[in-house]
Write a protein that binds this ligand. Structure first.
Ligand SMILES: *Cc1c(COP(=O)(O)O)cnc(C)c1O
Length: 351
């Protein structure tokens, strides 16, 4: 792997806030040409040369990932379950006929890049270095078929605390008009087209005073799927229910980690179909005590309000996270940052 040193480096921000707006000095770039991936190189984070005919711009043959690096108080860099992200990237690539990148190659590239950029990893509470791997087609041709040329890029963005005002709950709107995905489509993969297709519903939810939409299944419009970029959990007292992976839900790594933590902590976790009627019924009767979303960016996102048509339901206590969501947030961020022991072997530490 080549390292092309930049002539000058950026000034690091003294105070990190926001998400995905600031990028570090370097990125990793690997190219696929003539049937093989090259060795790749680490070079200045800068504009790419891309023709207007580049196939990704027309047909969206691209997949991405999102993970985070933390620095603990002894200065070690900690990655959270990175092999899960690169396994998922492989399956997303396979779904879109993109040549895959070996997990070990991707991790070697990432660890080298993060080592070079370790001083960019923020250490204030709630901050992290967000890592965005991306693979896309760059044939210079308008034919609709799998491309012959690709780029694999890893970029790094120091990110501020997701919750600038503490652990604030969000409001969800049940989406009855649009659907995100159907089994057999691409909902279970982190591919770029899924997000373009979800923006319209997201924008109208925001215009109506909600934060995100709660998607229902595309066939029966009955079973809960997930939220824009989070999986979803419902607590009925100490029983926790999350939709089973059904081929249209994104298999979140935070989702998997929460299920393992909860089970290890003695909670009863059911992965099964859960209808919106069961959710609304529970909200009406009070049996539904908590809703929370799970995803790399927010880690855990408590939900205190659920809107459906003209009705609005308060979940738990307005303005407050539920007990299970708070506990998961504490445990997960504790393992990620090194405050708690890594009881599942989830951390890849770089010295
Ligand atoms: C990334 C993503 C998630 C969360 O996955 P994590 O691996 O936990 O970050 C959930 N839903 C969608 C649609 C996503 O894109």
């Amino acid at each position: 792997m080549r390292f092309i040193k930049a002539e000058s480096l950026k000034k690091k921000p003294s105070d990190v806030s926001g998400f995905g707006k600031v990028f570090t000095d370097y990125m990793y770039v690997r190219e696929y040409r003539d049937g093989r991936w090259n060795d790749g190189e680490i070079r200045r984070f800068d504009a790419l040369e891309l023709l207007p005919s580049a196939s990704v711009l027309h047909y969206g043959q691209a997949a991405f990932e999102g993970l985070k690096a933390y620095r603990d108080d002894r200065g070690a860099v900690r990655l959270f379950r990175p092999e899960m992200n690169f396994e998922r990237l492989k399956s997303s690539c396979e779904r879109l006929c993109i040549p895959t990148v070996e997990v070990s190659d991707a991790i070697a590239a990432l660890t080298e890049l993060v080592r070079i950029e370790r001083d960019w990893i923020p250490t204030a509470a709630g901050t992290s270095l967000y890592i965005r791997p991306l693979v896309f087609a760059c044939d210079d041709s308008l034919g609709v078929h799998s491309a012959k040329n690709y780029k694999f890029i890893i970029m790094l963005s120091p990110s501020g605390a997701y919750y600038s005002h503490g652990f604030a709950p969000v409001a969800l709107k049940v989406e009855r008009e649009y659907v995100r995905a159907v089994a057999g489509g691409t909902g279970a993969f982190k591919v770029i087209g899924n997000y373009a297709a979800s923006i319209k519903a997201g924008d109208s939810a925001i215009a109506e005073g909600y934060d995100q939409v709660l998607w229902l299944d595309g066939v029966h419009r009955k079973y809960v799927e997930e939220v824009g970029s989070m999986n979803i959990f419902f607590a009925f007292g100490d029983k926790v229910v999350t939709p089973e992976l059904n081929g249209s839900i994104l298999p979140g790594i935070t989702r998997d980690s929460c299920i393992k933590l909860l089970r290890d902590d003695g909670f009863d976790v059911e992965e099964r179909k859960i209808s919106i009627d069961e959710v609304i019924g529970g909200a009406r009767s009070g049996a539904l005590t908590e809703i929370f979303g799970t995803g790399t960016a927010a880690v855990i996102s408590p939900v205190d309000r659920l809107g459906d048509g003209d009705e609005d339901f308060t979940i738990g206590v307005h303005g407050k996270s539920g007990k299970i969501a708070s506990r998961l947030f504490d445990e997960l961020t504790g393992i990620q940052t090194g405050r708690y022991p890594d009881r599942f072997g989830w951390i890849k530490a770089l010295r």
